[in-house]
Design a protein around this ligand. Sequence first.
Ligand code: DGY
Length: 327
Amino acid sequence: MKHIPVSKPLVFVTRHLPDAVMEKLRSAFDLHVPAKDRPLNKAELIAGAKEAEGLITMLSDLIDDDVFSSAPKLKIVSNYAVGYNNIDLAAAKTRNIAVTNTPGVLTETTADLAFALLMALARRIPEADAWVKSGQWSGWAPTEMIGADIYGQHLGLIGMGRIAQALARRAAGFGMTVSYFSRRHLPAALEADLGVSFLPLPQILEKSDYLSLHVPLNDSTHHLIDRKALRQMKHTAFLINTARGPVVDEAALCEALEAGEIAGAGLDVFEAEPSISWPLLRLNNVVTLPHIGSASLRTRETMGFMVFDNLRALFSGKTPPNRIMVD
Ligand code: DGY
C-alpha cells in the first residue's frame, strides 16, 4: 500500500516557549520559530503569519486586521496569556479566525506575585536589600528601614476574578480585611467563604491601605486609576498593578508618587512597556518588575500545553477548549 504523508499544520510561534512546550508543539505541527528570541515588529509578525494556519502569540504582539489580511490561511490565534487585549477580536470574528487564551492556569502564580509586591512595598525589601549590599549598613538601629504593617490592614481589590479571589485568600492568612469593587457582586456564599465585602469604587479608594488591580484592559478600564482616583487614596496607601499597565494613568501616578499623595507602588505592568516613565525607576518607594506575573516554570509550561490543546482541537475539527467568544 502506498504511504501518503500527512502534512502537519504550519504554526508560527512568535517567541521561544519553554523546551517541553516546544517539543510537544513540534510533535504535532510544522513549527516555525523566529531565529532570534525577541519581540517582533509588525513587519516581522506579518511575514511570520503569511503562510501560517495557526499563530501562537504573546501579550506583546499586536494582532490586528493588518496581520489577518496578510495571512489568508490563518484559522486560529492561540494567545500565550490569559489577557487578550492585544488581539482585535472583532476583526478575527469577521474573518472566522478562532482566538484562544490560557485562563485559570496562571491564577495562583500571579496572585503569589501580587502578594510578593505587597510585602516588598510594606517592608521595603528591595530598598533594604540594596542598602545592605551597598555596604552602608552599620548595625541594628531602631529607626532605620521602618516599613508598614500588613497584619490588620485593609486590602482593596479592583476586579474580582480568579486572581483577585486567590489574592483575597492569601490576605486572609495574613490577618488583613478585604473588600472588592467589580462590575458584578460575587454570590453571597462566595463572599462569605473568601471573607470579602463589596464596596463602591470611591469608598474602596478611600479605605484601602493596599489597593490591587485585577481588571482586564478594555475601554471601560483604561485609566480607571486616574488623577482623581489617586487623590482619593490615603497618603499611606500602596497601589499594586499586576493586571495591565494602561489601567493606570502612569503620568498621574508619577505625579501622585512625587507629591507624596500615596505611599508607593508595586508594578509588574506599565502603560507602554517595556518603556517605563522615568520617575518610577528612580523612586525608592516603587517596586518595578518586568511583567513576570505568570513566570514560574510550571505555570509557563502549563500555559504552553494549553496553547497546544487549543491548536490541536481546532486542527482536529473540534472547538478549542479556551476559545474566546465575541458578542
Ligand atoms: C497574562 O497571561 O495575561 C499575564 O499578564 C501574563 O503574565
